[in-house]
Design a protein. Structure first.
Length: 406
């Protein structure tokens, strides 16, 4: 029998060796046989470098399980290479064709050589804390308040818990809106402070500040949002109260502050309150010998304005952010918030001073006397890691906060 075949003789019959395909036949002329025994290439879904033949050895391709063996009968090999099914929590035709994680799961699946013939897993997407007590195959959708979620069939991959959700806080005061972040990301915030209160004879309070910024956060950070209130409105000979400050704290650390407007004095329209910080607070005005309170800056509170006709001066603002008080606090209270605006006073027959606006540093109160002075505005401020910060001043009224949270 010729090379790559076996048998007793050509006459008796020769067969190609295992791993070869072809035949051997006897003929009447030299060399007295014809032979076509040739090495078989590796079958589908297998390979065997460098020669890629069954004889040299073939292994199943990545993502296929089984073996390839040489045999002496057609087709001269046996192969059990079959595509591996997608693993649990994944879907697709099979691993070689590609698998993707099911809804609510994340990860990758990649075909490899060797058992189990793929690498990677599909794991459940972590459920944010506010959703952990629910089971919902359709995803999550948030209702109006930040702690109230409902299941929604058209909401996939729990996107409504994980995506940025915009919430507006309109209830001002010293009690914050508190929540815990569901994932890492960026907290986008717009703060509006409380304006100063108007005076009893029509002077307007200092305008409120609008401060915007983006704060980096991680999952499970505690966020507190404060919205400052407008200072109290004066009547008769009362000045107006200072506006409250709006702010954001992250794990107890202040990150962004919008300072409040200064309370108006008594000047028949000539003593409006100092504007809130953009970022520094504006100074209040005085007339007829009184002085307005100073506006706060990034490092110092505003000074108190002096009185006249023997009347007392206003208090300076506080380093901790509270607005300065007019003497005696006999007028209107300041607006509450992260820090509170200063109170005004009443000076019958003359003019009461306006309270200072609250802020990162507090504005000073106006002096009392002939036409009471107005209060200075509180300063606004942003921590170093807050990006995209912008400042502006406009409008009257209570403050509010709008934020988008991961």
């Amino acid at each position: 029998c010729p090379a790559n075949s076996a048998g007793a003789s050509v006459v008796a019959g020769c067969a190609c060796n295992a791993g070869y395909s072809g035949s051997v036949s006897a003929v009447s002329s030299s060399p007295f046989y014809t032979a076509s025994c040739a090495p078989l290439p590796c079958p589908a879904n297998s390979a065997g470098p460098p020669s890629n033949t069954v004889l040299a050895g073939c292994t199943c391709n990545a993502g296929f399980s089984g073996t390839v063996s040489a045999v002496t009968s057609s087709p001269f090999y046996t192969s059990t290479c079959s595509a591996v099914a997608c693993p649990s929590n994944a879907a697709g035709t099979n691993v070689p064709a590609g698998c993707s994680c099911n809804e609510g799961y994340e990860g990758t699946v990649t075909a490899i050589d060797g058992s189990p013939f793929y690498t990677g897993t599909c794991s459940p997407i972590p459920v944010p804390q506010n959703c952990s007590s629910y089971s919902c195959s359709g995803g999550w959708q948030q209702k109006d308040d930040i702690e109230n979620f409902t299941c929604a069939a058209n909401c996939t991959d729990q996107e409504c818990c994980i995506k940025l959700i915009e919430v507006t806080v309109r209830e001002c005061g010293s009690t914050p809106t508190t929540f815990t972040t569901a994932s890492s990301g960026k907290l986008q915030v717009t703060l509006i402070s409380g304006s100063g209160g108007p005076g009893g004879d029509g002077d307007i309070g200092g305008q409120r500040a609008t401060v915007q910024g983006t704060i980096p956060v991680e999952a499970n950070f505690e966020i507190k949002i404060y919205a400052g209130c407008q200072g109290g409105s004066g009547s008769g000979h009362m000045g107006g109260g200072g506006g409250g400050a709006s702010a954001v704290t992250v794990n107890g650390v202040v990150k962004l502050v919008a300072g409040g407007g200064g309370g108006a004095g008594m000047g028949n329209g000539s003593n409006p309150g100092g504007s809130a910080g953009a970022p520094n607070g504006g100074s209040g005005r005085g007339s007829c010998g009184t002085q307005g309170g100073g506006g706060a800056n990034q490092s110092s509170p505003g000074h108190g304005g002096s009185g006249n006709r023997g009347k007392p001066s206003g208090d300076s603002g506080s380093l901790n952010g509270n607005g300065g008080n007019a003497p005696g606090c006999s007028g209107r209270s300041g607006g509450q918030g992260w820090r509170n605006g200063g109170c005004s006073n009443d000076n019958p027959g003359d003019g009461g001073g306006g309270g200072g606006g609250a802020g990162y540093k507090g504005g000073g109160a106006g002096g009392t006397g002939c036409h009471g002075g107005s209060g200075g505005g509180g300063s606004s401020w942003a921590a170093e890691d807050v990006t995209g910060v912008s400042w502006s001043v406009s409008g009257q009224g209570d403050g509010q906060a709008t934020f988008s949270t991961p």
